[in-house]
Design a protein around this ligand. Structure first.
Ligand code: FDA
Length: 438
């Protein structure tokens, strides 16, 4: 929902910011995964905490994550699952707050969960259980949550920071229903805090309230930012490629998708691949998209583990009258087998196919090099790569080294996980670390 004023039920009649409440020890900007975790931990330490968000509800990305069941962590979460200019930066936080810590929180709240493939942990029920868990903890420890509220005019003072809080001009998402946690700032106030935590996430899915706010704050304080770009995002293809692959829209296969960096470093993911009417999607594609750069090719293996040349040779010997696409359909979806044969035109019967042609078919199946012409961008990207340069931050606390009291956590930081619960694990871990210090 987009509105010119905050929804009325996100603003209880009482003035939410009274004179004694225009200051706190900790102000967290962003009530997402990282921000709420940080606020809970800081409040547990007895800090007076206010969390604000310009959206009408907290944790909107949690709510829609994992197909509505929130893939909240991964039992394999380790630094190798994260992309960053400094791959060691996340080691400390992931060690201090690992996946087991979050599972303990989920268990304490009585939220049922299960392990899917590749170590991914999902709620049995709705992802809103995770949002409720976090807002419940905020309440339990006395942290305040103020929605439909925008932050601006951040000033560094001798005692910390002042921030202007005002009703958000545009409010993304539906209004909070009950729960008592929501309130909006009725009129602009000058808010003071000793610690300021920027937990405003990345730029992906602007429709849901994502902004580049963290970068504005980084720029204000002269902090370096690693150029942001969309990650975990479907590829688009050039019109001529699309025309050729149009009949495949909706076809899915278990594939291995690879990318080789200019430095020769090969990265591969073995997961599902989906042909779409715009290009390529599915988990294997989303994963490799985080490694891909404009102009790069990727390699698709559509029947991994199958020696296609040997299989076609055997089929030729057993039944030479068979069409190549029929033999390929033994291990590929029929429509895909047909498209492969159209891409590598040759004799209609296997008996007439040379070894050279069978090898070309083999390469088209298991070493298909394709050059996407772009990605779907932030509109559909699950994450943003890049962010505040980790060299600006203390790896134990997420504090800005040069600005005491200022913290950046979650997706705003140049640490981005693979698909599969790794990004929430980073949000929990970085939020937890900042919560011990802010
Ligand atoms: P997050 O984006 O969660 O929170 C930032 C908050 O700041 C938002 O509430 C926003 O409204 C607020 N904000 C932004 N600008 C502001 C401003 N100027 N003023 C005030 N508030 C502001 N990951 C995973 O591990 N498992 C999964 O299943 C999924 N699934 C998934 C599905 C989809 C569709 C998407 C888009 C993403 C995922 N992810 C995921 C990724 C995951 O959602 C993401 O990495 C985390 O939510 C990041 O947490 P943060 O708290 O850093 O940002």
């Amino acid at each position: 929902m987009t509105a010119s004023a905050p929804p009325p039920h996100a603003r209880p009649p009482e003035t939410p910011l009274t004179m004694d409440a225009v200051q706190a020890d900790v102000l967290v900007i962003g009530a997402g995964a990282a921000g709420m975790m940080c606020a809970i931990e800081a409040a547990k330490r007895g800090r007076r905490v206010l969390v604000i968000d310009h959206a009408a509800r907290p944790g909107e990305k949690i709510r829609i994550s994992g197909g509505g069941r929130c893939n909240f962590t991964n039992v394999n979460a380790a630094p190798k699952n994260y992309l960053s200019q400094n791959p060691s930066f996340c080691i400390s936080a992931l060690r201090r707050y690992g996946w087991r810590n979050f599972v303990r929180l989920v268990d304490e709240a009585g939220v049922a969960w299960h392990e899917k493939t590749l170590g991914q942990l999902f709620c049995d029920g709705s992802a809103t259980q995770i949002v409720d868990l976090l807002t419940g903890r905020l309440r339990q420890h006395g942290a305040r949550l103020m929605l439909a509220t925008a932050a601006s005019d951040i000033r560094h003072t001798a005692d910390g920071f002042t921030v202007r809080l005002s009703p958000a001009a545009k409010v993304a998402g539906k209004a909070a229903q009950g729960g008592g946690a929501a309130s909006g700032s009725a009129a602009p106030v000058q808010f003071s805090c000793a610690s300021l935590v920027i937990a405003s996430g990345g730029k992906s899915i602007p429709k849901m309230g994502a902004t580049g706010f963290a970068f504005e704050v980084a720029a204000q304080f002269g902090l370096n930012v690693i150029a942001p770009r969309p990650g975990l995002v479907p590829f688009t293809l050039a019109p001529e490629q699309l025309a050729m692959l149009a009949p495949l829209a909706g076809v899915a296969v278990d594939a291995v998708v690879s990318h080789t960096s200019p430095a020769g470093r090969k990265t591969s993911f073995a997961e599902a691949l989906l042909f779409t009417h715009r290009g390529l999607s599915g988990p294997a594609i989303l994963q490799i998209s985080s490694y891909w750069r404009e102009g790069d090719a990727i390699t698709l293996s559509l029947a991994p583990g199958v020696d296609v040349f040997a299989a076609l040779k055997a089929a030729r010997a057993a039944n030479g009258r068979q069409a190549p696409q029929t033999a390929l359909a033994e291990f590929l979806p029929r429509r895909l087998a047909q498209a492969i044969v159209e891409m590598q035109p040759g004799p209609e019967r296997l008996a007439d196919c040379s070894d050279k042609h069978l090898r070309a078919l083999d390469a088209a199946v298991n070493a298909w090099s394709i050059r996407p012409n772009g990605t779907e961008g932030y509109r559909t990207a699950e994450v943003m790569l890049g962010g505040v340069d980790t060299s600006e931050l203390d790896q134990k606390t997420m504090a800005v080294k040069a600005v005491p009291g200022l913290y950046f956590i979650g997706e705003a930081v140049d640490v981005t996980g693979w698909l599969g619960g790794y990004n929430f694990q980073w949000a929990w871990a970085s939020g937890w670390c900042a919560g011990q210090a802010a």
